[in-house]
Design a protein around this ligand. Structure first.
Ligand SMILES: Nc1ncnc2c1ncn2[C@@H]1O[C@H](COP(=O)(O)OP(=O)(O)OP(=O)(O)O)[C@@H](O)[C@H]1O
Length: 464
């Protein structure tokens, strides 16, 4: 704290104001600091980091701000990393000048002003609407963001909507949901004829599902909690980052994935635990334990193109990525990466496998899981999942690949029973005698290939 406040010719606006009934000097500096000196003490708010917006209340101006809270403070039911720290001041003169300066500075930050918001009332513990009303909407209102709210009414509703929206009407799309709606939005945008433009629209996530792996990955990287408060503030601040999109193809059928593909144990836990949806995210741990105690092993083969540094894994493959069938002229949307992989050095590993898990982001869900070959080892590895140390286990082969082919087989001790292939929480293929095997799936339980386009989609993200 300093006693004096230097005025610089580059300051945007400066003047005497009342704060809490006391006279104070307030300045908006050129680099976006809102600095006040009151009773010799200096306080400041960063327009970029702390300030959401402002509102005129009679002669006063209320600057709505949030600051990162100190560790140990808990603010009731909805926890988060931020607490409110509004600044209320009354300029002695030129209230309009203050409003114009604050508005212009906020506008110069390139934050989103118009958002299409999907709220999935069905996801997770069915609390998305409550999360949206109590935590998300008030913050967007403070930041003066216009919202077009769309509650999803059925599966694939969000995908259907984004396929036909006028993308120029929005600065972004927000999903108050789990990862499922995010994936629908990405797939919907990629199926548009104008997918290149449409994919530039940033997508924001507010965790309100069982699987919130994408937003967990983004927030955790900068030490923020995976909660609605931190996620919404990140969207308001408007920073973006690009994420890889994997194309999973089986003939002409395609699915675009941003998180992961799983087969075997992980898919079985993810999909079969649906029976325990009422437990919230605990259903995953609960069912994982059951599945590990009655472990299944699957026949099959994986063929892959190792990334640099991972060439020693597997043996030379007897075949490579299959050739794409010619795309019909009617297929207008994105068709996957253009890269040609045929003549490269493919490797293969033959089963049996407990699970195959392909990941695009570090976190599959808020409390991830992966697994090797023995029950006791699996149980001890479960405890390591939250730290990620499971990848060091000798029972796990952890490798980076540029392209991948999965040939899924049947259970080794029950050849008439097959498995489930799951991508981003959705069932891609259901084999014979699996859970809900009479339900329709996008692909058949057969060979499929995965290729990646780096940085294809744009997400709202905390600043790194
Ligand atoms: N009103 C609705 N009724 C039923 N399903 C819906 C509705 N709205 C959206 N869905 C579907 O719910 C699925 C799961 O959504 P979301 O990812 O938001 O939640 P989640 O809890 O993380 O998912 P899950 O629990 O299935 O892992 C999506 O496939 C979505 O299409």
């Amino acid at each position: 704290m300093e006693n004096d406040q230097m005025i610089s010719p580059t300051d945007i606006i400066t003047g005497i104001v009342y704060i809490d009934g006391e006279l104070a000097m307030l300045t908006l500096t050129a680099d976006g600091e809102l600095r006040s000196t009151e009773n010799g003490l200096r306080h400041s708010l960063s327009m970029k980091k702390d300030v959401l917006g402002f509102v005129v209340q009679g002669k006063r101006i209320r600057v709505k701000a949030v600051v990162e809270k100190d560790e140990g403070i808990c603010c009731g039911r909805f926890s988060g990393d931020f607490v409110r720290k509004d600044l209320v001041f009354e300029p002695l003169i030129d209230q309009n000048g203050w409003c114009d300066s604050l508005r212009q500075y906020l506008d110069s930050l390139g934050r989103p002003k118009r958002l299409l918001v999907f709220v999935n009332p069905f996801g997770g513990k069915k609390s998305a609407r409550e999360i949206f009303d109590k935590e998300v909407k008030p913050l967007f209102d403070d930041a003066d963001v216009q919202l077009e709210i769309q509650e999803t009414k059925y599966q694939l509703h969000a995908k259907e909507i984004v396929k036909s929206i006028d993308v120029s009407n929005y600065d972004g799309i927000v999903c108050v949901s789990g990862d499922g709606v995010l994936v629908e939005v990405v797939n919907g945008l990629l199926e548009r004829a104008d997918w290149r433009t449409a994919l530039k629209l940033p997508i924001g996530m507010v965790p309100a599902g069982t699987g919130n792996g994408m937003i967990k990955s983004l927030l955790d990287t900068v030490g923020l909690q995976c909660c609605a408060n931190s996620a919404t503030i990140s969207i308001i601040r408007g920073h973006k980052r690009s994420v890889d999109v994997a194309t999973i193809a089986q003939g002409n059928t395609k699915f675009f994935s941003v998180l992961m593909l799983a087969w075997g144990l992980i898919a079985d836990i993810d999909i079969e635990s649906e029976k325990f949806r009422w437990m919230g995210s605990a259903r995953i741990d609960f069912y994982a334990l059951q599945r590990i105690l009655c472990l299944r092993q699957y026949n099959g083969r994986i063929i892959f193109l190792p990334a640099p540094g991972f060439e020693s894994y597997g043996q030379p493959a007897s075949c490579s990525l299959y050739k794409e069938p010619t795309v019909s002229d009617k297929a207008l949307g994105y068709q996957g990466p253009d890269t040609k992989f045929e003549d490269l050095e493919w490797k293969e590993i033959n089963g049996p496998f407990v699970t195959i898990w392909l990941h695009n982001v570090p976190w599959g869900a808020e409390n991830t899981l992966t697994a090797p070959a023995a029950k006791l080892v699996l149980l001890s590895l479960m405890r390591q999942l939250s730290s990620g140390t499971h990848v060091e286990s000798p029972y796990i082969a952890y490798l980076k690949v540029k392209a991948f082919v999965l040939e899924p087989g049947a259970l080794i001790d029950e050849p008439g029973k097959e498995g489930i292939i799951d991508s981003d929480g959705e069932v891609l293929a259901r084999g014979k005698r699996t859970y809900n095997c009479d339900k329709k799936a996008l692909m058949s339980y057969d060979k499929l290939q995965i290729t990646v386009d780096q940085g294809l989609a744009t997400l709202f993200s905390p600043e790194y």
